[in-house]
Design a protein around this ligand. Structure first.
Ligand code: IPE
Ligand code: IPE
Ligand code: MG
Length: 255
């Protein structure tokens, strides 16, 4: 194997398994160019495509993208409608392409708030790609970390009152199994573009031990080199999960 190829394989082996991104800064990207915010959102979709390609190529297992938060309904009606239309158009255009590339699509969030047509398209995208085995792209739409925990507790409660889960204690595992992200590994790397240093109600439970990376780069400008930088920053960190640095260095513990 040529040296270059083996170096790529080696460096990919300590890649994060799951990258979760708050794609922020579309509006400011457009405003800087004296263009309407809609143009920024369209440019944001193009950035998504490149990042999905990168993750597929580098064998990342899961990429979660925060597309619309449970708080984003507070935006002006015209912007919300534009975002919904863009969401629909993107799904119509991309589902087959994702499927051809063996990419699995999954949505998290309260989808009951979306139009029937959009809900149908989401279900179609999930069904069509459910057996794909390369990258899983999770789109967080009308998602909130508080919502996720509430719906998990609600499901547990309903099962308990139906006589299932008898004598079960509330454990971390039980909660994990009922979150919208059930079955997915926890995010290793969290990225927020656009310069804000906050979590904005994204995956609150799941981010417990995730490495956080903030960049001023606005989402439409975030490209494959930017993702490389974020992943390199991740690779240079020592994850300790409560252990001491020495324990990790001596490999006397499993992380
Ligand atoms: C993120 O970009 C996209 C969504 C929330 C849908 P913004 O629209 O929040 O962009 P800024 O933060 O206003 O620049
Ligand atoms: C978070 O971005 C949600 C998404 C990127 C979808 P916002 O731009 O809505 O976050 P806040 O309101 O500034 O915290
Ligand atoms: Mg924003």
């Amino acid at each position: 194997m040529p040296a270059e190829a083996s170096a790529i394989l080696e460096s990919d082996s300590d890649n994060p398994r799951h990258i979760a991104i708050i794609m922020d800064g579309n509006g400011r990207w457009a405003q800087k160019r004296f263009m309407p915010r809609a143009v920024g959102h369209q440019a944001g979709v193009k950035a998504v495509r490149k990042i999905v390609e990168y993750c597929a190529k580098h064998k990342i297992e899961v990429l979660t993208l925060f597309a619309f938060s449970s708080e984003n309904w507070r935006r002006p009606e015209a912007e919300v409608s534009l975002l919904m239309a863009l969401f629909m158009a993107t799904l119509q255009r991309e589902i087959n392409k994702l499927d051809r590339n063996n990419i699995r699509l999954r949505f998290i969030g309260d989808r009951t708030a979306f139009s029937d047509k959009l809900q149908q398209k989401m279900a179609e995208g999930e069904a069509k790609t459910q057996d794909n085995t390369a990258l899983t792209v999770v789109v967080a739409a009308n998602y909130g970390g508080h919502w996720d925990m509430c719906q998990a507790f609600q499901k547990v409660m309903e099962k308990m009152s139906a006589g299932e889960l008898i004598n079960q204690k509330i454990s971390e595992e039980l909660i994990n199994q009922h979150l919208s992200t059930a079955g997915l590994p926890e995010p290793d790397l969290f990225i927020r573009t656009g310069g804000e240093q906050r979590v904005s109600n994204f995956m609150l439970w799941q981010l417990a031990y995730t490495e956080l990376y903030f960049t001023k780069t606005l989402w439409p400008d975030f490209d494959q080199n930017s993702l490389d930088e974020a992943i390199n920053s991740f690779k240079n960190r020592q994850r300790r999960f409560g252990h001491t640095s020495e324990q990790v260095l001596n490999k006397s513990v499993t992380l």
